[in-house]
Structures are given as C-alpha cells and as structure tokens.
Design a protein around this ligand. Structure first.
Ligand code: ADP
Ligand code: MG
Length: 503
C-alpha cells in the first residue's frame, strides 16, 4: 500500500488589535445511526413520516415501559469505532441525563457519560497541497435523540412530534485538535465520508442526520504547543460551544465570528465566559443560549433499567473482518494502481458509489484517461442535470468502451465528446454510434495526404507565409480537420503537414 505522508497545516492566525491569536476547535458530532428501528424500541426511524406515527410506548415515556437495546445500533457504533481506528470498550454502560423538556417525554435522555462504547481513535483530515491534520477522537457514545417541538405552526400553541424521540445517535467527540474554520469543515466532511463508506450513518445534513456542536477558543501563538506537550487545558483559552450546526458554510462562518468576538473581549480586558451559544446566519453572529451558571444540573446516574452493555471480542473481530475498504485505503490504492494524482483520487473516492463506478470504467482501460472522463465529462454532465451517479444514463461499461475507442485510435478525444453526448442522451452504445454515424477517425495516411495536397495547392500564399514562419502551419492542420469533419487523426495531420511544407 502506498504511504501517503502529509505535513501539518499552520493554524489559522487572526490579528487582533494588540496581538496575534490562534484558533482552537473541538467538535461534538451527532450522527444518526442508520438502523431501521430506534435505540430502545422497535419504532421506525423513517424520515418524513406522519408526525407521531413512529412512536412506541417506551418512546412516549409511558409508565412501566422498559427499554430493550437494539443490537443493530450497537453493531454500527462498534463498526464506526473500528472505522476510526478507535478503542472498542467491551463493557460500557448507559446513564440517565435528566432534564425537563416537552420533546423529551421520559424526562431524561439515555446516554453514556461514564463508560462510552468507543474510546480513543483518530481521523486524518486532508486539506489539499500535501497538508493534513490528524484529529484525535476522544470517545463515541450511544444516546437517544429527542423529539421535535414546533413553535411556528400556530400563533398560540406549540406542537410536538415524537417521531425522532429515541432514535439512536452516536456522539463523536474530538479532541481540540482542529486549528481553523476550513479544517473544521474538512473534518466534518471526512467523518461524513467515513460513516457513509461504513454505512453506519446516512450523513444527510439537511435532514439533521449529522450535526455538530462546535467548541471554539483562542490562544496566543505557542500556547497550543504547550497544551500538546502536557495535555493541560489551562494553556488553552476558555471555550464556547456553538450548538447544532448542520451546514459546512455556517460552521466556518460561526467559528470566525465567534473567534473574533472572543478576541475583542479579551483585548478589551474582559473574560470569555464558558457558555453555550447559537449561531444566527442572518446576522452572522453568535448569541448566548445559556451560561455555565444556568447550565442544567443533569443529575447523571446509571440507568437502572439497563444492564451494563457487555460485548465479546469475537463479535468485534467479526465486524472488523467485514469492514469495507475505507476512503484513505481506497484513495491510496487508486493512486498506486491507476497512477492517479492525489487530487483526482480524492475526487473519485469522495463517495463510494462514484469510486465503484470509476473502477468499473477503468477496468482494463487506461486509468488516467478513465479518471479524466469520469471527473470532467461525466460528473460535469451529471451535475448539470442534477443527477446522481446511480442515475447516470451512461453506464460504466459504455464509458469504458468509449475510452477504449479513444485509446485504440478509432476516434479522437474531440469526437469522443460528441459520441459521449449522443450516448448520454440516447443510451446508445459508443461503438454502434461511431459505426452508424461514420465518426471513425481517419488514420489512413493516404487519405490525409490527399487532403493536405489539395489545401496546399489551393493556398499558395499561405504556403509562403508558413515557410517563413513555421508557427503558421497550424492553419493547414485546422483546414484539414475542418475538411474531414474533425475525424482526421491530429497527430498524423501534423506530421504530414510539416513534411509537405518542408518544415
Ligand atoms: P462538555 O461535556 O461540557 O461538552 P467535553 O469535555 O465533552 O465537555 O468537551 C467538549 C468538546 O470541547 C470536545 O470536543 C473538546 O475537544 C472541546 N474542547 C475542550 N476544550 C477546548 C478548548 N479550550 N477550545 C476548544 N475546544 C475545546
Ligand atoms: Mg458536550
């Protein structure tokens, strides 16, 4: 396997009025576990269902109802941990996090505070240009989602939809290793990519399937290195947590305005107060939601309805053995097997469906040419029509065949684009299109020579000019291409024109 090595990027530095400041960011990502049923009930997790139609008695907090753990959720949490190279804890436990809210009928959320199912792991976050950040994962725990309060349907009443109540979430907590807004977005993207490869979370941010709480603090240059050496948080500034972000763009904007707010405060001789804030994209500002003093006292305690969760190493090993090829491995393989650039390999492996499509195209073909066609022609065309790869009217076999026709010299790259367009709009096979439409490239040098002779004979003035300035030979090449409807082999035309003009 190819070893991809990257340099660590420089942290984001923001110039304040009196000094430079660096950013320190840690993320808590909530990822909805991709199971059909909820964490402790058999109710469906289907998105967009009729409000309150997917609610079991236990989700509604009915007295006497007992939670029963969904083994599928545990398996996917373990799979996620393995995909993030993390420690799997064979014994974990569920705790009650108590608070009152209308969308939480139990009066508590079942979570894992003290003994999470997954411990330390790491994610490699690539930032382009040979740079990447290793972000440490602190833990992943399983917990229940809450329901949804709806305040804007009626002027006097609020409504509640409990469909989401009790759906399994994985909370993936990073160390404060992220050093800028772009890195934070790239981290979420990378996490999403890995989860989607694993099939453990759909990662649909619009549906709230993946959302992040973003912790931000500022420090003076040099202080972060002291923290790294000692793992002593007192070297870092006080953090604020921006809740519930589900857009890459807003994550970046929120981090920047929050950092600027903290810098202004500190430079003004005031202190950053640890608190939970909300980002308002319309005003591009963060606002206090609750300070630490007002923070809930959650009165955590082990859930007496649930035994500690014990899993077996053998079961973990089975899940590990069945892990799919993950983005880092796939990318490295694409670079070494197909000779792709780092960038092309990243684009092609961003989504597993794209990667699989590409591999089918490149099967037995020139890998680089296949990458160019998939990225530039196919992806470009699909994007124009807002189609996914699954909806591509051109099959991988057809695109592979088209590339074969280019490679064999049957058609030029330029004609291939016309063939591609016909294939895209009609679904016809490339070989048949080339044959029926008479698009085969003219490689017959005799035919090209005749054409060149004719043009030379008709344009004596141009011949004189080209002899004086060989750059003008291109004009003859252009004429021949035009006369042959673009079907002449350009390399052959170039060669013959030069020879005939005696250049
Ligand atoms: P809490 O339970 O209050 O949310 P955690 O210890 O779980 O606190 O930490 C939450 C997140 O805050 C983690 O992702 C961690 O990396 C991040 N974090 C901790 N200290 C800082 C800091 N000084 N600056 C930025 N992020 C931080
Ligand atoms: Mg937290």
């Amino acid at each position: 396997m190819l070893d991809l090595t990257y340099d660590a990027p420089a942290p984001k530095v923001v110039a304040g009025a009196t000094s430079d400041w660096e950013l320190v960011i840690g993320l808590e990502v909530h990822a909805q576990v991709a199971t059909k049923a909820k964490l402790f009930s058999g109710a469906s997790t289907q998105f967009g269902a009729e409000p309150n139609s997917n609610v079991a008695f236990v989700d509604a907090g009915m007295p006497g109802m007992l939670p029963v753990i969904n083994e599928g959720c545990v398996a996917l949490a373990v799979k996620t941990g393995l995909g993030l190279n993390a420690q799997i804890n064979l014994v974990s436990a569920f705790d009650r996090k108590n608070y009152f809210y209308p969308d939480l009928p139990q009066g508590y959320q079942i979570s894992q505070l003290y003994h999470p199912i997954v411990g330390e792991g790491e994610v490699l976050v690539e930032l382009g240009n040979g740079l990447a950040r290793k972000v440490r994962i602190e833990r992943i725990h399983l917990e229940q989602d809450a329901g949804k309060s709806i305040h804007d349907m009626d002027p006097t009443m609020s409504f509640v939809d409990l469909n989401r109540t009790g759906v399994a979430l994985m909370e993936i907590v990073s160390r404060p290793d992220i050093r800028g807004p772009e890195e934070a977005a790239a981290y979420v993207l990378k996490l999403r990519q890995i989860l989607r490869y694993l099939g453990t979370c759909d990662g649909n941010m619009q549906n709230g399937n993946l959302r992040a709480d973003v912790n931000v603090s500022i420090c003076k240059p040099g202080d972060y290195e002291k923290y790294q050496e000692t793992q002593d948080f007192s070297h870092l500034g006080t953090r604020c947590e921006i809740k519930n972000m589900n857009s890459m763009r807003f994550i970046q904007q929120a981090i920047m305005v929050e950092a600027e707010r903290q810098i202004a405060l500190v430079e003004d001789g005031k202190e950053v107060v640890q608190e939970t804030r909300l980002y308002d994209p319309d005003k591009n500002e963060t606002r206090s939601m609750r300070s630490k003093e007002e923070a809930h006292d959650y009165r955590y305690f082990p859930d007496p309805d649930l035994l500690p969760l014990e899993i077996e190493q053998e079961w973990v090993d089975d899940i590990k053995a069945a892990l799919p090829e993950l983005p880092d491995q796939k990318k490295a393989r694409f670079i070494s097997d197909f000779g792709l650039s780092d960038y092309d390999a990243s684009v092609l492996t961003a989504e597993v469906a794209n990667a699989e499509y590409f591999e089918r195209v490149a099967d037995g073909q020139d890998g680089k040419l296949a990458a160019n066609w998939v990225i530039n022609e196919l992806f470009g065309r699909l994007k124009k029509e807002d189609h996914s790869i699954e909806e591509s009217p051109v099959s991988a076999a057809q695109l592979g065949a088209l590339i074969g026709l280019i490679k064999s010299g049957d058609i030029s790259g330029k004609i291939a684009k016309d063939v591609f367009e016909i294939c895209y709009t009609t679904g016809r096979d490339p070989a048949e299109i080339v044959e029926t439409e008479g698009m085969k490239q003219v490689t017959d040098t005799g035919a090209i020579e005749a054409e060149v002779d004719k043009i030379i004979a008709e344009n004596p003035a141009q011949v004189e000019k080209a002899k004086a300035n060989p750059k003008l030979a291109g004009w003859f090449v252009g004429q021949v291409m035009k006369a042959t409807g673009g079907k002449a082999n350009p390399a052959a035309v170039n060669q013959i024109v030069s020879a005939k003009l005696g250049l």
